[in-house]
Design a protein around this ligand. Structure first.
Ligand SMILES: [Zn+2]
Length: 431
């Protein structure tokens, strides 16, 4: 069985060999989504035209969609090339995997909430769980969720307080702000388990928890994850939150892109209501964004001046990583401009230390406004990075990698990078 899966994984990297190997493609031929390479396509032009555009990771830009989307591209003069399937082979049936999971093992929002509750119960001396705000649906009385954060450290008096003047430096990891980027929430889960189970047995983890507070928000966008998970073995392509105010978009195109909604330099591209990068009606208009920004300000003092060129000093404390998929990238700010940020050298130096573990390319974001890491670096001065987990193709690629890729690829590659970030929290710009 293992061998057969390996052979299939090898086949999946070859375009055109893919469609016939998956039962998904045969079951729903007309609406089956693919990643299409679009030679000559411009990310912004296509995005504003309503296409779901992704990083080409060195190659042409990619558009996600079915044959109808490809037809629209062809109508505009492009020649899209089918690159890979969106859905990979689901190895285990839903009945064979744990409760509250989907697509071969990915955890639902409920599973993540139960996980935090059980970790807090098992490790009371190391952890504290916080409700940092409400999802959009919860604010509207339409179900929804609290947004949960966990603080992990060897607790002393005054630790894990929502107060920026903490005794210990802090490393914050957030995940699934984009719901369909499934590997990110699972990475946060494994990180939480590693640092709680390792205290007292793993010297590196013990040292980190004795000196540092680790904060994790495994799911920033729980409404979106509910929507994605509702597809079961064919997760829905929900990226944004669930705000459907004034939208007449097809599911799952409504919502606000929470990674274009932050209050730092908000505005610019992303004005199309049904577009995947829709920025919202105003800076931090969404409850999820407000919750995150309030929480960041409670964790970190403002350590950088207000000017675009003000340097965060070498004494700055604090690191933030926001996990996304995909592209095998470590991206420091800025997003709002291609100009280098005033701490570019320090951010690149720490980025390269993390790259030593995951092998990702360190490159500034550029061309995105209202991102989380622009907010945390721009407003507060802390070292901030977007991680883009995984490649664009193959059984471990794209938004929906096979669940086994968490153990075979994503966790082993990123564990060292996260530990490096945690150890750097005390002085991220002093390399
Ligand atoms: Zn993302």
């Amino acid at each position: 069985m293992k061998l057969r899966i390996g052979v299939l994984a090898a086949a999946l990297v070859l375009p055109f060999a893919v469609a016939s190997t998956t039962s998904v493609a045969q079951a729903r031929p007309d609406s089956t989504p693919y990643y299409w390479q679009v030679p000559g396509g411009d990310e912004h032009v296509l995005s504003e035209a309503g296409f779901d555009v992704e990083h080409g990771a060195g190659g042409p830009v990619q558009v996600v969609g079915d044959q109808g989307v490809a037809n629209r591209l062809m109508g505009l003069g492009y020649r899209p090339v089918k690159y890979d399937t969106v859905y990979k082979q689901v190895v285990a049936s839903r009945a064979e995997v744990a409760a509250d999971t989907y697509y071969g093992g990915y955890h639902t929002v409920t599973a993540h909430e139960n996980h935090l509750t059980s970790v807090a119960a098992a490790y009371p001396a190391l952890t504290q769980v916080f409700d940092i705000g409400d999802s959009w649906r919860k604010t509207r009385g339409q179900g929804g969720h609290d947004i949960w954060a966990i603080c992990i450290t060897k607790k002393k008096a005054g630790d894990c307080a929502l107060n920026p003047n903490s005794a210990k430096p802090r490393f914050a990891l957030i995940a699934q702000i984009h719901a369909r980027e499934l590997a990110t929430g699972e990475l946060a889960w494994k990180w939480i388990d590693h640092v709680t189970k390792g205290y007292g047995t793993d010297a590196e983890v013990t040292s980190i928890l004795d000196t540092t507070e680790l904060w994790v928000v495994p799911i920033v966008n729980p409404d979106g994850v509910d929507i994605a998970a509702s597809g079961g073995n064919q997760p829905l392509m929900q990226r944004k939150n669930a705000n459907n105010t004034g939208a007449s978009c097809s599911t799952p195109s409504y919502g606000i892109d929470l990674n274009r909604n932050s209050s730092f330099k908000w505005g610019g591209a992303g004005t199309s209501r049904c577009g995947e990068t829709y920025q919202g009606t105003g800076a931090a208009s969404e409850p999820e964004t407000k919750a995150l920004e309030t929480w960041f300000k409670q964790l970190f003092p403002d350590q950088r001046g207000p000017g675009d060129n003000d340097v965060a000093p070498v004494t700055t404390k604090g690191v933030m990583i926001t996990a996304h998929s995909y592209g095998n990238l470590i991206m420091p700010p800025w997003g709002w401009t291609w100009n280098a940020n005033p701490n570019a050298a320090g951010l690149a130096a720490l980025g390269n230390k993390m790259k030593a573990f995951n092998g990702y390319t360190v490159v500034a974001e550029g061309d995105t406004t209202g991102t989380t890491d622009d907010f945390t670096y721009g407003n507060l001065g802390i070292a901030s990075y977007t991680f883009e987990l995984g490649s664009g193709s193959g059984s471990c690629g794209g938004f929906f990698p096979q669940y086994s890729c968490m153990d075979s690829l994503f966790w082993p590659k990123n564990k060292g990078a996260l530990l490096t970030a945690a150890k750097a929290a005390k002085a991220p710009y002093a390399s």
